[in-house]
Design a protein around this ligand. Structure first.
Ligand code: ZN
Ligand code: ZN
Length: 243
């Protein structure tokens, strides 16, 4: 399977980084995590068939993870109605928000033509026989849902953190250091990476990729490479890795 970074910036875009979105390809099917970039455009630009998107998952509803979804959903209601991935929102209230926007765009109710949308729930919430996804609560938003995802496919395990809290990543998803992982992708906007050695010092992963990165954490990622026993890479827009 292969992971492609469509966007790697933190809460706002940078000159060479769009906001967060990651595309996982397993056996020719695509699974997208977060939509900080206009998704239809982004998938087209990397040369993939949009009809192979099986599902889209949002870790939480902040703009840098969610606003790129409306472009895809709009096009799926008029330009190509055969686009029907399952869409999992961290909060289902976003469905009505998109429906209201599309009503203004088109001058008519588009609810019936929008792709199916569901809400992420804590625990194992998705399994299509190819990919199994478990959502783990984190502390990013007080009193609102925000998740990290553990993804199991082809006998391998990948952990993608959502945005976390500011307490030295104490809410880092536990499977990243309590089970063998093939890859962990961490956000890098809410703590200085080298202040979080309680987490990074005990990860049990074959590789760590740093994404959702703020400029001041870029040198921190370089320092981290010298402080841990597994390889560390900093993601860039368009980067692909085989897992
Ligand atoms: Zn974010
Ligand atoms: Zn956020």
């Amino acid at each position: 399977m292969k992971l492609t970074f469509l966007g790697t910036s933190h809460g706002v875009p940078e000159k060479h980084r769009k906001c967060t979105s990651v595309l996982l390809t397993v056996q020719g099917k695509h699974y997208i995590f977060d939509a900080g970039v206009p998704l239809y455009t982004a998938v087209k630009r990397v040369g993939l068939d949009l009809h192979d998107i099986q599902a889209i998952f949002l870790t939480h509803m902040h703009g840098d993870h969610a606003t790129g979804l409306i472009e895809f959903v709009d096009l799926a209601t008029w330009y190509d109605k055969t686009l029907r991935p399952e869409i999992y929102l961290a909060e289902i209230a976003g469905f009505e928000g998109m429906a209201a926007w599309l009503q203004v765009t088109h001058g008519e109710d588009k609810r019936g033509e929008m792709p199916p949308m569901k809400e992420v729930s804590e625990g194992a919430f998705y399994d299509d026989g190819r990919v199994r996804i478990t959502a783990i609560n984190n502390e990013h938003l007080p009193n609102r849902p925000s998740y990290s995802f553990v993804i199991d496919a082809e006998g391998k395990r990948l952990v993608l953190t959502g945005d976390m809290g500011h307490d030295h990543y104490s809410d880092f998803p536990r499977p990243a250091y309590e089970s063998e992982c093939d890859l962990v992708v961490t956000e890098a906007a809410h703590c200085r990476l080298t202040d979080c050695m309680d987490v990074f010092g005990k990860l049990t992963t074959k590789k760590l990729i740093v994404s959702h990165i703020v400029p001041w954490n870029e040198p921190e990622a370089e320092k981290l490479k010298e402080m841990v026993s597994y390889p560390v890479e900093t993601a860039f827009d368009g980067m692909s890795v085989e897992i």
